[in-house]
Design a binder for this molecule. Structure first.
Ligand code: PAF
Length: 261
């Protein structure tokens, strides 16, 4: 008899249509779908938005019920990190690519530790992550492989608003005015990707992209062209496949996005 397969969709709650797309994808790939909701404190620095992060548990659970989730796993902080908890996974490789890690040095250690725990707790055959957090996707894929966790990590393309803005729980922080500016990030990524695909010089194209993002009113953290698998810097198209990755702050909201060339 065939064994029942399990898919895990790890989330921090504040669910949106992007998460529901992950759940639907999971249900096409496995017999049972588990969604975890855990706002993981170890991936936030003291100055970041842990306390203000949107918490919408009742609504999340009703959406997940409508999307036919089989189990919602909502551990408490005490269950995940009981008194005396003293272990931390410190990923290297793509976790030290100089992208998110350069601006959020604590982040990937927190993610890797909690994702390893979730994989061990739920023992899924597959785990579904959004491509929006592209570096995170690379880090957890490597983590599962390196620790023999027997879970295959699968990335799912980013879901976007009609104007191109990537869906994110943090979009809820944007003011009405900021919301009109936010799609610039995706527009610049798309323009840069087209120019690079057409054979233009990567460094000049990125420089123009950085200027366009800053002029629109963002404080830019990075706009980079990287190898899509290793996240190593690329200087020419032949070194590809290339992924463009961006992170920028609009007022108090930090947005990230990425696109394939
Ligand atoms: O992408 C997220 O929502 C979180 O980083 C994750 C993977 C659920 C770990 O807390």
């Amino acid at each position: 008899m065939r064994r029942t397969t399990i898919a895990l969709v790890p989330t921090m709650g504040a669910l949106h249509a992007g998460h529901i797309a992950l759940v639907k994808f999971a249900s096409r790939r496995a017999d049972r779908v588990v969604v975890s909701i855990f706002l993981n404190p170890t991936q936030f620095a003291a100055h970041e938005d842990l306390t203000s992060y949107p918490r919408t548990l009742r609504q999340d659970i009703s959406w997940l019920a409508a999307a036919r989730t089989d189990l919602v796993w909502v551990p408490s902080v005490d269950v995940m990190y009981p008194a005396g908890f003293a272990t931390r996974i410190v990923p290297e490789g793509s976790a030290t690519a100089g992208l998110e890690d350069a601006f959020r040095p604590h982040f990937f250690s927190g993610v890797a530790t909690v994702v390893a725990k979730l994989f061990i707790q739920c023992r899924p055959d597959i785990a579904i992550f959004g491509e929006k957090d592209y570096q995170q996707l690379k880090v957890v894929t490597q983590l599962a492989r390196d620790l023999d966790l027997k879970t295959r990590v699968i990335g799912v393309p980013t879901i976007r608003e009609k104007d191109g803005l990537a869906l994110s729980s943090r979009n809820a922080y944007l003011s009405a005015q900021e919301r009109t500016v936010a799609p610039v990030l995706h527009r610049v990524l798309s323009d840069c990707a087209k120019s690079i695909a057409a054979g233009g010089p990567i460094s000049g194209i990125l420089e123009n992209g950085r200027t366009a993002i800053t002029r629109a009113g963002f404080a830019l953290d990075y706009l980079e062209a990287r190898h899509a698998d290793t996240l190593a810097p690329v200087g020419a198209r032949r070194e590809g496949p290339i992924r463009l990755l961006v992170a920028a702050r609009l007022g108090k909201t930090r947005l990230i996005d990425n696109i394939a060339v």
